[in-house]
Design a protein around this ligand. Structure first.
Ligand code: ATP
Ligand code: MG
Ligand code: FE
Length: 339
């Protein structure tokens, strides 16, 4: 089985070819950091326009690199949401056009499912169910992954996502854009216990997250310590929250066969290290994808497409792009009532 995957939901344009037996034949990616840097964040209209220009050539390059033609592909998988709607539409329309032209099925992939299943692309021995900490630019959730398309959300953030907090902290500290890797680099030179910062919701009875208060505390502390000490203290506070909340979720998910982390923030070495230690305290396997598979890419979309295609799940060509698309609609429904 051979799947072409397309990703365009934020500021990475990407195309990849992945086989059903987990061989990544090609993965091409074009970041848009330079285009967005002057604005200190992703500008949706600039992103959508850049996806239009980049995606076609990336698909051609990926097919060339893999040494295959479109007619050899079994299905075309494209991110259909959630994300910046202009960008999502660009990738989904391209996916529909390629699928239609080649007479192959379309798989409309939830970007979050791409992140959620990416550890199974990296590790063939990872079985369902597993407890997933999904930490990215727009999400911070604990999910019990029971199977393809079967996600039970145990927790979410009541305000900001962890990646968003990294990005805003980087901006406050003048470390530039994109923020996560910049904060991690600066933190290496700082003392993680030099600046007292809050750990919102630590030890609270539900495993939810909150980062808005931490971000505000960083804003107040700017100037009172070096950017390195502030970055290290901020990162430590995030790690403490992630570990504490994940520990509580683990106690509620005894069926989990592994602790798994995915999403852009999973690229952070301090986050990975602390979660690995937590897993070993619980005698659980720990699985984290390689760094390139943590941040946005098309291999994870192709792989989620492969898993869905293998399960007989394909989508009609009139499938709509969705700016919001929860993995666990049931959990999302109660969000309005509190969290
Ligand atoms: P979502 O997946 O929720 O729609 P997204 O696709 O924009 O959001 P990802 O590409 O998965 O997010 O992750 C990007 C986020 O990860 C950014 O907020 C970025 O700062 C953060 N990030 C990337 N690398 C690191 C790192 N080394 N340390 C901490 N954060 C990081
Ligand atoms: Mg990005
Ligand atoms: Fe993402």
């Amino acid at each position: 089985m051979l799947i072409l995957g397309l990703e365009s939901s934020c500021d990475e344009t990407a195309a990849a070819l992945v086989t059903g037996d987990r061989r990544v034949l090609a993965h091409r990616l074009l970041g848009q950091e330079a285009a967005h840097r002057p604005y200190g964040g992703v500008v949706p209209e600039i992103a959508a326009r850049a996806h239009v220009e980049a995606l076609g050539p990336l698909v051609t390059a990926a097919l060339d690199e893999a040494g295959v033609t479109l007619s050899e592909v079994d299905a075309v998988a494209a991110t259909a949401g959630p994300g910046l709607i202009g960008g999502v539409m660009v990738g989904l329309v391209m996916g529909k056009a390629l699928a239609h032209a080649a007479g192959k099925p379309l798989v409309a992939v939830n970007h979050l499912e791409g992140h959620a299943l990416s550890p199974r692309l990296a590790d063939p021995t990872l079985e369902f169910p597993y407890l997933l900490l999904l930490v990215s630019g727009g999400h911070c959730q604990l999910l019990l992954v029971e199977g393809v398309g079967r996600y039970r959300r145990l927790a979410t953030t009541i305000d900001d996502a962890a990646g968003e907090a990294f990005d805003k902290t980087a901006k406050l500290l003048g470390l530039g854009f994109p923020g996560g890797p910049a904060v991690e680099r600066a933190a290496l030179e700082g003392d993680p216990y030099s600046v007292p910062l809050p750990r919102p919701l630590l030890r609270s009875g539900e495993p939810h997250f909150s980062f808005a208060g931490l971000k505000a505390a960083v804003a107040r502390a700017v100037g009172s310590a070096t950017p390195e000490d502030l970055a290290a203290s901020f990162q430590q506070a995030v790690v403490d929250c992630l570990v504490d909340r994940t520990r509580l979720a683990l106690s509620r998910a005894p069926q989990a066969t592994a602790l798994v982390v995915a999403g852009g923030v999973a690229a952070n070495a301090a986050v990975r290290g602390a979660l690995e230690a937590l897993a070993s305290q619980h005698d659980l396997r720990f699985v984290a994808p390689p760094l390139w598979l943590c941040t946005d890419n098309a291999a994870m979309i192709a792989w989620a497409g492969a898993e869905r295609f293998a399960a007989g799940l394909t989508d009609p060509l009139d499938t709509m792009a969705r700016p919001r698309w929860p993995l666990d609609p049931e959990a999302e429904a109660v969000r309005g009532a509190g969290v």
